[in-house]
Design a protein around this ligand. Structure first.
Ligand code: MN
Length: 301
């Protein structure tokens, strides 16, 4: 398992200068920096190469995450909108390849956040989503890029709310580079238990987002970290575990995530840094305690 964090913990906008975060998250002890697909899409070739070099300099793996906008809805009944969406994602995949990024996570099967003011037909949406995901996955395969479809709660999207729905979806998509992303914030709302959801996803699990129920850094809330660590070990999970905390209101990030109050205890940047560094130690301890127990069991056998 490799541990990382999303850059937006420190930012109010999705499109930020990612270069500075390579040094910062590396210094805080992380091995992975997750950036926004929207930012990667808008960078030119030289900027993408510069980001790649900076990540390599600090030994960081880069991953990307995005929720497609409504005009790029790849599950739309309108063929033109779907074509817009798949063209956008293909260009994003081109950019990711230049930046050395081989994991695209988030809502790439529809759009986000979902607009519930309009009528929709879930089975029709699902069928178009499957068709588009296959097309994008086949394009991503040339770059060995994996699409990790994010399971989100009912208030954000209606299609994939729990691990079981996502397993059915990716099995029907039937592409080796299409996997599932589970996020503890969404799981807390939709799943019976964290353990059962992770076991259900099993070999389909390609990415994990972690955060508390109120999106604070792990360790400041009531999420069952020991249970999650044990379940990940049980399925032999060896991919990225990326923190996705959102604790500051303001900007497009605050609006999209619905952050309406300060959840950081008015932290300045130094305090945000020390909070997330402490959280990383906490998560490793929670997950690795389970690893040690399993290793002791193996030794006894
Ligand atoms: Mn997430």
């Amino acid at each position: 398992m490799r541990f990382g964090t999303y850059f937006a913990y420190w930012e109010n906008e999705w499109d930020a200068d990612y270069l500075q975060y390579c040094k910062k998250v590396s210094a805080l002890g992380f091995d992975v920096l997750e950036v926004s697909g929207a930012g990667i899409y808008s960078m030119n070739e030289e900027e993408l190469k510069e980001l790649r070099r900076e990540a390599e300099r600090y030994g960081l793996k880069l991953t990307a995450c995005i929720g497609l906008t409504k005009d790029n809805d790849v599950s739309s009944e309108d063929e033109k909108v779907r074509a817009n969406g798949t063209a956008f994602v293909k260009r994003l995949l081109d950019h990711m390849h230049i930046a050395g990024i081989d994991r695209l996570s988030g809502i790439t099967y529809s759009y986000w956040p979902f607009d519930y003011s309009q009528k929709f037909d879930k089975p029709v949406m699902r069928a178009y989503a499957i068709q588009s995901v296959r097309e994008m996955a086949d394009y991503a395969a040339q770059y060995d890029i994996i699409l990790n479809l994010e399971v989100v709660n009912r208030f954000e999207h209606p299609l994939l709310n729990c691990a079981a729905e996502a397993v059915g979806f990716v099995e029907e998509v039937d592409r080796p580079n299409v996997k599932i992303l589970l996020d503890t914030f969404h799981m807390n709302i939709e799943e019976d238990t964290f353990r059962d959801a992770i076991l259900c996803a099993g070999p389909h699990l390609g990415h994990v987002h972690i955060g508390e129920a109120n999106r604070k850094v792990p360790g400041k809330g009531h999420i069952a970290w020991d249970e999650i660590g044990e379940a990940l070990r049980r399925i032999g999970y060896d991919e990225c575990v990326v923190m996705e905390p959102f604790v500051k209101e303001g900007g497009k990030v605050g609006l999209d995530i619905r952050v309406w109050r300060d959840l950081s205890d008015d932290a300045d940047e130094a305090k945000l840094d020390s909070d997330i560094a402490d959280s990383l130690v906490f998560v490793k301890k929670s997950f690795w305690r389970q690893i040690r127990i399993i290793n002791v069991r193996k030794h006894l056998l």
